[in-house]
Design a protein around this ligand. Structure first.
Ligand code: TPP
Ligand code: SF4
Ligand code: MG
Length: 308
């Protein structure tokens, strides 16, 4: 992994500008800022309906220093596939224009990915479209007032699950793995170097790439804005959020999660959930169910690593 010093020396340019309209402490902003440091300006962004549409801002005060388009909810992956086809056609006709260096990027919320965008995403993955699809996961439909998505965790309160969600979080990175695409990775905004490296790697891979980033949301989860990074870190340290990558079918745990294969090394889940108001009504039963689910995910992962 690159060192912090190396990354900061390499990545001095800012492509997602400050002064945008994100809430203070927004995890999405940190995710996009570091992703763009790795991808650079030869990137065209597709933003399906989400907080991102709002935070990019209105011309002439737009925050991205790169081309972007706001897109209908379900069409993120299809639109990026179209961008990529256009770049390839341009590269053929105008080789001096270096159009083949462009990355077609989707940056979608969990609602726009795990619920509404999943058929388009699955289609693009099955075709192995040459796109990079990113889900920034704040675990609910935040932009419209915190409704539950299929990515909302068990027990979390939203405006549509006032007593805590009954169902479990849909594991979309695993669904994407099942598509046999060249690259799948999970990231957390608390590990910016890991995120930076994964995006740099993804940029240079051809075909469909999928990165899923845990991106806490202070108003949606109910915590003070200054705690965003610490909460994302607790998600990793408690084993709630596992960092790994899958390159051409080979799965590897990332540094921050590797030592947590030993359950003794994981922090109790309580350390994580007690930091957020959305879990304030979590019953003891729901906490145990959530912990069981997480332990099961780790056991499955351990078996997978052993068998490959
Ligand atoms: C077809 C359609 N239905 C509903 C909406 C309203 N809408 C806009 S953003 C949004 C929430 C998106 O949630 P998510 O993808 O998780 O992104 P977040 O807002 O959390 O960043 C909704 C429901 C819409 N724009 N289009
Ligand atoms: S509601 Fe959450 S995701 Fe949306 S801009 Fe605010 S902090 Fe970011
Ligand atoms: Mg969301």
């Amino acid at each position: 992994m690159v060192s912090l010093k190396q990354a900061l020396e390499e990545a001095t340019e800012e492509y997602f500008l400050p002064g945008n309209s994100c809430c203070a402490g927004c995890g999405l902003e940190i995710a996009l800022r570091w992703a763009m440091k790795a991808l650079g300006p030869k990137t065209a962004l597709v933003a399906p309906a989400s907080c991102l549409n709002v935070v990019v801002g209105l011309w002439p005060k737009t925050a991205p220093e790169f081309p972007f388009i706001n897109m209908a909810f379900a069409a993120g992956a299809a639109a990026a596939t179209g961008f990529d086809a256009a770049f390839k056609a341009k590269a053929f006709r105008f080789p001096e224009g270096k159009w083949d260096e462009m990355t077609a990027l989707v940056f979608a919320g969990d609602g726009g990915t795990t619920d509404i965008g999943i058929q388009g995403l699955s289609g693009a993955a099955e075709r192995n479209s040459d796109i990079l699809y990113v889900c920034y996961d704040n675990e609910a439909y935040m932009n419209t007032g915190i409704q539950r998505s299929s990515s909302t965790p068990h027990g979390a309160k939203t405006t549509t699950t006032p007593f805590g969600k009954q169902r479990y979080k849909k594991d979309v990175p695993r669904i994407m793995e099942a598509h046999d695409i060249p690259y799948v990775a999970t990231c957390s905004i608390s590990e910016p170097l890991d995120l930076y490296e994964k995006f740099k790697k993804a940029k240079n891979i051809k075909g469909c790439r999928y990165i899923h980033i845990l991106a806490p949301c202070p108003p949606g989860w109910g915590f003070p804005a200054e705690d965003t990074v610490e909460i994302a870190r607790l998600a990793v340290k408690s084993g709630f959020w596992i960092l790994y990558e899958v390159e051409n079918g080979k799965k590897t745990l990332s540094k921050a999660s590797k030592r947590l294969l030993d359950p003794e090394k994981r922090l109790p889940l309580m350390d994580y959930v007690q930091t957020q108001k959305r879990f304030s009504t979590l019953s003891e039963k729901a906490l145990i169910e959530l912990q069981d689910r997480i332990d099961k995910q780790w056991r499955t992962l351990e078996n997978e690593l052993r068998c490959q």
